[in-house]
Design a protein around this ligand. Structure first.
Ligand SMILES: [Zn+2]
Length: 103
C-alpha cells in the first residue's frame, strides 16, 4: 500500500462507531463549480459493534478497491476518488499537467 493510499484512507474514509453498529463510510466529492467541492459521505460497510480493531482496519483498507468510489489514473498510477478524476482514466492533475486541460 503506497502513501497515497494511506492518505486516501485517512481523508476519504471514516469510521462511525455507535452502540448498535460500526459503519464505514466513503467520501464522494461533487463539484458545484470547478472550485467549490462538497463532500457527501456514503455508508458502505456495516460491522458488528463487537468487531475487533484488526477487522475494522482491514475492512477500511478494502474500501479502496470499491470501483464505485475510487479509480486509478492511467498516467501517474495513483489511486483517486472518482470526484478527483478528470475521466475514467486520468486524474485531474494529469489532465491539467499532461493534457492541457485547465480547471
Ligand atoms: Zn494522474
Amino acid at each position: 500500500m503506497n502513501s497515497n493510499d494511506i492518505d486516501l484512507i485517512k481523508d476519504m474514509t471514516r469510521v462511525i462507531v455507535s452502540p448498535e453498529a460500526i459503519v464505514l463510510e466513503v467520501a464522494e466529492v461533487h463539484w458545484l463549480t470547478p472550485h467549490s467541492p462538497f463532500t457527501v459521505w456514503h455508508p458502505v460497510v456495516v460491522l458488528s459493534p463487537s468487531s475487533p480493531q484488526e477487522k475494522i482496519e482491514a475492512s477500511r483498507k478494502s474500501l479502496l478497491t470499491r470501483k464505485k468510489f475510487f479509480a486509478t489514473c492511467a498516467e501517474c498510477g495513483r489511486r483517486s476518488i472518482k470526484g478527483h478524476m478528470h475521466s475514467e482514466s486520468f486524474c485531474m492533475s494529469c489532465a491539467e499537467v499532461n493534457n492541457d486541460i485547465a480547471y
